[in-house]
Ligand binder design. Structure first.
Ligand SMILES: *[C@@H]1O[C@H](CO)[C@@H](O)[C@H](O)[C@H]1NC(C)=O
Length: 274
């Protein structure tokens, strides 16, 4: 997976970033996921301001030959906030208590949007939700421990990710569906990238949900090909009835599935069937 490189180069990248005086990129800094979407495990930002923003689909719309508008944000393949190193990249504390010293370490001004985003990430990572296995992980090793702890040690799993759209692709464009392959895995854990100076993923498994997972090849109007992970939530009956997915699909909760593409900065862990 090339994680050795990421791991070794992490501090270097970080130092270069700091040396250049750039603001560290924190994904979904502009509001990020709403709490409700996080609770429901969608990983889709509510961009309700744009009436054309398409995030949700019916399964029948994502079939070979169909054309659908999809929104893939631009991001850097090499972004240290996106790439999970083998080992936790730093001995820094990861707790809300340590926020002031972390802000000093990363040269982030208190009360800046980045500081608030870090505070929210640290807060969200401390919340316990009954009935939900959840963890914030920042290395492959901690992901292996987390998945092994839920199922059994050494349970085989695969990480699915949506490929990064090229910079020359418009963020929103029409894509033709070229191929659809279902991943036959009964268990999947979405891992949402949280804003932080290094890669932090909030991974969870929700009990009582039946998701279907597809690898979809899309070709954009500009010719760019994206390999995307499609997640179809087959049971939406417990979702917030006013969630924007239902407005967009024009249905009531629980009456149909709701499918969305995993954003390129997220990961989906699926167990490899025996
Ligand atoms: C996608 O195609 C439809 C039908 O041709 C068109 O109405 C729509 O504006 C296109 N959307 C984008 C984002 O290009």
């Amino acid at each position: 997976m090339g994680n050795e490189f990421v791991s070794c180069s992490f501090l270097l990248v970080l130092l270069i970033t700091l040396a250049h005086g750039n603001v560290l990129r924190l994904p979904s800094m502009d509001g990020g996921e709403s709490d409700s979407s996080m609770m429901m495990g969608m990983g889709v930002e509510e961009e309700g301001k744009d009436p054309d923003y398409k995030a949700y689909f019916f399964m029948k719309d994502v079939q070979v030959g169909k054309t659908i508008p999809v929104n893939f944000p631009h991001l850097k393949e090499s972004d240290p906030a996106r790439n999970l190193p083998t080992k936790t990249p730093t001995s820094l504390p990861f707790s809300l208590k340590a926020l002031p010293s972390l802000l000093r370490f990363f040269s982030i001004p208190p009360a800046s949007p980045q500081a608030l985003a870090m505070e929210k990430t640290l807060t969200d990572c401390q919340i316990e939700r009954p009935g939900e296995h959840r963890a914030c992980i920042s290395s492959v090793d901690s992901l292996i421990d987390f998945v092994g702890g839920i199922f059994r040690p050494d349970v085989p799993f695969e990480i699915l990710r949506t490929s990064v759209a090229t910079k020359t692709s418009p963020v929103l464009q029409n894509y033709t569906v070229v191929e659809v392959k279902e991943k036959t895995s009964t268990k999947s854990l979405p891992c949402h990238n949280l804003p932080y100076p290094y890669a932090v993923f909030y991974c969870h498994i929700l009990v009582d949900t039946t998701n279907r997972m597809f690898k979809v090849t899309l070709r954009g109007e500009n010719g760019a090909v994206v390999e995307a992970v499609l997640i179809c939530h087959m049971d939406t009956s417990k979702w917030n009835p006013s969630f924007f997915a239902f407005r967009q699909l024009g249905v009531e909760r629980g009456t149909t599935e709701a499918c969305h593409f995993a954003p390129a900065y997220d990961m989906v862990v699926v167990l490899v069937p025996n």
